[in-house]
Every structure is written in C-alpha cells, then in structure tokens.
Write a protein that binds this ligand. Structure first.
Ligand code: APR
Length: 234
C-alpha cells in the first residue's frame, strides 16, 4: 500500500530553474508593487500593465526548465501517492513529471473571463506559440481575457480540496515557501496526528506552528535528493 505524500511548494521550488521568488533579495516584489500587478483593483485601474506583466512572466516559461527538485518529485510517484499543492503559477511541476497538481494561485499558461474569472467553461489554455494576450482578446462571455491568476483579495477556490489532501497525508513536505501568504500557509494546520513533516529551504522559515518538523536546510534540488534518500530507506 503506497503512502500518501503531499507537497506544499512555493516560489523557491522554481528558483533553481531561474524564476525569481517574491520576497528574497532581488525578488519580484522588489521591482513591482503587489497593489499594481497582483490585485483586482490594480487590474481594474490599469489592465494593460497587468496583462503585459503576466505576458512577460508567461513568455519566460519558454526559457526555463524544471530543475532536479521538480524531477525527483515526478519520480517519487512510483513509490508514493503524490499530491502537489503549489502556490506557483509556472508549469514546471507538470514538466517535471508530476501528475496530480493543485494550483492554489492559478496558472500562467491559462487565461479567463474578467467578468467571471472562476467559471471553468471560460478558462482557456494558451498555445505556446501564442503566449500573449492583448486588450481586445475576449472570453466567450464577451469580457476581456485576463490572467488566470488568484490575486490578493480574491477567493482561493482550491483551498478546500487542498486541505482535504493534507488531511490524508502520511508525509507532508513544505518546500520553497516563506509561509507568509494565507490561506496556503494555513494548510500545515490540517496535518493529522502522526503525519511526518519535512521542510526544505536554504533559509530559516517561521512556520508559526509547534508541530515537530524535520528541517532540511538546503535548496530544492539538493534538499529533494536528501529527502528521497530518507523516504526510500524508511
Ligand atoms: N530552493 C528552495 N527554496 C528556496 C530557494 C531554493 N533554491 N531559494 C529561495 N528559497 C525559499 C526562500 O528562502 C523563501 O522561504 O523560497 C521561499 C520563497 O518565498 P516567497 O518569495 O515568499 O514565495 P512564496 O512563499 O511562494 O510566496 C507565496 O505570495 O506573492 C504571492 O501569490 C504569490 O504564490 C506567491 C505567494
């Protein structure tokens, strides 16, 4: 019987692939204001700026590759029932071979209706050779196509599904997130008694929990190599 391995990943998971994190030195929020590019108010005020910001980040996906950490997570599906819960909007977990992924904060490669962003019938995946959205590109409800991203202040529709998966975990691994943003950071509270918890991050992370956590103070690739050895020799 395979054990349930549940992962909560953040921007640090993709750092070694060359994608900036948000709150590290040199992070994305040093160059852009969250208000301007990651809130519905910012989008309403200046849709062109926001659409351009995500066009740039989407196009970067063509220049980056999954790192060893993503690939090891893909390989672990042979040994565990793996669920990836990610705050990341890139497609590197998919490209690293993971199959069961919950994107809490949306997906860069998708666009949706401005009027009804959570309506799945109006969500579209952009073809790689058409990674640009322009003002005037409309969803099937006639409203402007916008990035399929959960902005600050917007609902996180997949959080209940994610919490249910954490509740089933025999092993819960937090990797590459500063645990600053809720409700994602609150998922740690859903682990059941006896669940083994690991945290992989090269820097200290205040997880605001008294639960026993096995910290691997390394980057995603080295940390996943170490974790794989631990999990496969259990
Ligand atoms: N390997 C693993 N972790 C790393 C690496 C690395 N090579 N480099 C940095 N980190 C860690 C940092 O130490 C930090 O703890 O990754 C974490 C990145 O934290 P944030 O930049 O805050 O990113 P994240 O936690 O994913 O942000 C959560 O905030 O801006 C919103 O919606 C956005 O999903 C994002 C959410």
């Amino acid at each position: 019987m395979k054990k349930n391995l549940v992962i909560l990943s953040g921007a640090g998971m993709s750092a070694e692939s060359g994608i900036k994190t948000f709150r590290d030195t040199g992070g994305l929020w040093e160059d852009y204001s969250i208000q301007e590019v990651a809130t519905p108010e910012g989008y309403a005020r200046n849709p062109e700026l926001v659409i351009r910001f995500y066009n740039e980040r989407r196009k970067q996906l063509k220049d980056v590759q999954p790192n060893l950490g993503h690939k090891i997570l893909g390989e672990l599906e042979e040994h565990f029932n793996v669920t990836i819960i990610t705050q990341n909007v890139d497609n590197l977990h998919e490209r690293g071979g993971s199959k069961n992924i919950i994107h809490l904060h949306g997906e860069l490669v998708k666009v949706c209706s401005t009027r009804d962003p959570q309506n799945p019938r109006l969500v579209r995946e952009l073809a790689e050779d058409a990674y640009e959205v322009k003002i005037g590109d409309l969803a099937d409800d006639g409203s402007q196509l916008r990035p399929f991203i959960v902005w600050f202040g917007e609902p996180v529709p997949k959080i209940e599904e994610a919490a249910r998966m954490v509740d089933t975990a025999d092993i819960f691994v937090i990797i590459g997130t500063s645990m600053n943003v809720y409700p994602a950071a609150g998922l740690l509270d859903y682990v059941k008694p006896g669940c083994e918890i690991y945290l992989i991050d090269p820097h200290p992370v205040d997880v605001k929990s008294s639960l026993p956590i096995h910290v691997i103070r390394k980057g995603a690739s080295e940390g996943m190599e170490e974790l794989k050895k631990i999990l496969l020799t259990q």
